[in-house]
Design a protein around this ligand. Sequence first.
Ligand SMILES: *Cc1c(COP(=O)(O)O)cnc(C)c1O
Length: 356
Amino acid sequence: MAVPVTMTEILRTIPSEEQLGFGTIFTNHMFVMDYETGKGWHSARIVPYEEFEASPSNMTLHYGQAIFEGIKAFRTEDNRIVVFRVNDYLNRFNRSADHLCIPRINVEEVKAGLFQLLETEKDWVPHKRGTSLYIRPFIIATDPYVGVKVSDTYRLFIILSPVGAYYAAGFNPVSIKVEDKYVRATPGGLGEAKTPANYAMSLRAQVEAKKEGFTQVLWLDAIHRKYIEEVGTMNILFKINGEVITPALNGSILSGITRRTVLEVLRDWGINAVERQISIEEVYEAHAKGTLEEVFGSGTAAVISPVGELSWKGHKITINNNQTGKLAQRLFDYITGLQQGGESDKFGWVETVTKG
Ligand SMILES: *Cc1c(COP(=O)(O)O)cnc(C)c1O
């Protein structure tokens, strides 16, 4: 069941693949759908990517009732357009919706709309290894009302952005500040939802860390300021004494699809991968004993991001000589190989949308 399409009259040209960065260029069309209490989700359609009008009293602008996702489509070596674990992302979208009192979507319906949009925009999926078409679904509340309540109307958008290879110049391990002043999320809060509020929470710490020369912050739990949570755009993994440890999901950590992918791949390789509480002291003690072998982040944008330095309360440690670890490199090569078709899809994570 295809949705109606309004083609744009102003076709933008597709940028050269060398120029691609992240998140600034968007394709010609987007998928849109509306919600109204009593009517449900309706009027799915593909329309030109363009500005839209909102009331100055739009509730999202005032109270932040909104959610989003971040998914990728790839062009494979044999020229198919594929998506990676798309159902997992769309199911997480619904779990985020529950946290924000936003009505759930029908995953199959939105997925069909996404596939139709990708078919329309397939020429925008770049070719080079490491490049992709970033998919950003999001839902905003649209009631014009400046009182605090749950909105009765919503709009879902899916916009697409071609992105360059994250590591065009090769891996570059990042330097991370372990945040001991600010917190990102609290027990019982919104930490496991993909919602703008969590990013609003993180900006000040991020600005201060940048000023101090760090790339990112690593968040600790809000109560004890002791247990490791995540990086805020990525989950975090530690290789200690041959075993990979990542903080267990506790409600304030975002349940990353890449995190899950990494854990499943590691277990498939016969490497012990455990999810449990892990404190920053434990990481520093492992470093002191010489058993902290690797640290790396996982997320859709970068896939794997090696960490070269951690700094906690002014005490800096260097991991693996500030070099990319063997396991981080192997995971990156294998997962990107799965995504762009070089590796056979033994896990059933890759779905073909259309011929390229
Ligand atoms: C999206 C996100 C991640 C990474 O999740 P993936 O599904 O792997 O992309 C990690 N932390 C936060 C806060 C996020 O929003």
